[in-house]
Design a protein around this ligand. Sequence first.
Ligand SMILES: CC(C)(COP(=O)(O)OP(=O)(O)OC[C@H]1O[C@@H](n2cnc3c(N)ncnc32)[C@H](O)[C@@H]1OP(=O)(O)O)[C@@H](O)C(=O)NCCC(=O)NCCS
Length: 179
Amino acid sequence: MSIEIRVLTAAEMEKLLPRFAEILCESVLSGASMHFLADITQESAKDFWRGVLEKAQSNSVRVLGAFVEGVLAGTVTLVLDTPPNQQHRADVSKLLVSSQYRRRGIARALMSELENVAQEAKRRLLVLDTGSGSGAEFLYLELGWIKVGEIPRYSLEMNGELLASSYFYKELTSPNESA
Ligand SMILES: CC(C)(COP(=O)(O)OP(=O)(O)OC[C@H]1O[C@@H](n2cnc3c(N)ncnc32)[C@H](O)[C@@H]1OP(=O)(O)O)[C@@H](O)C(=O)NCCC(=O)NCCS
């Protein structure tokens, strides 16, 4: 299976809005902790991605898409609008892989390319959070991210329980620096 990963322009995102919305709805409804709850709709998901698209237009985020045979199979967002004293770092948000494409290395490939994009933007420290105990937590540990801890009872789940959130960081080294 060949995976093509690239940074999307706002115009490309506009065309792909229904697919972005579909992937987000699918992930939320299958239990991923992604800000939304069971009342997510294709429209509310599209509104969310429209907001991201506007930030892509103003260069405050870079949205990466993973394509398999031309179909958007996954995405991740690098958030660059950090405060003036944190221009060396970036946040990572909305890593999503459509369920039918999971466990084929797409998230790994997206996160690898995200590191290249971060390096190009001169961001050397990446930060993210994810629901504790999720598959994503295993993924980040596997990819060398450092877990700094958990905040208990952080976000509401669809089953009415409050789930802890885990915080991770990764420091990037340039090719001629030792890790
Ligand atoms: C988490 C998610 C992005 C992983 O995407 P993916 O393309 O299936 O991940 P990969 O195939 O690249 O996995 C790479 C490695 O990460 C680990 N991993 C990935 N998903 C895992 C899971 N559900 N459970 C345990 N380990 C997992 C494994 O070590 C895997 O390697 P392996 O398949 O050789 O064992 C995907 O399941 C998803 O979209 N989940 C819902 C949304 C979500 O939780 N996003 C994270 C928000 S922070």
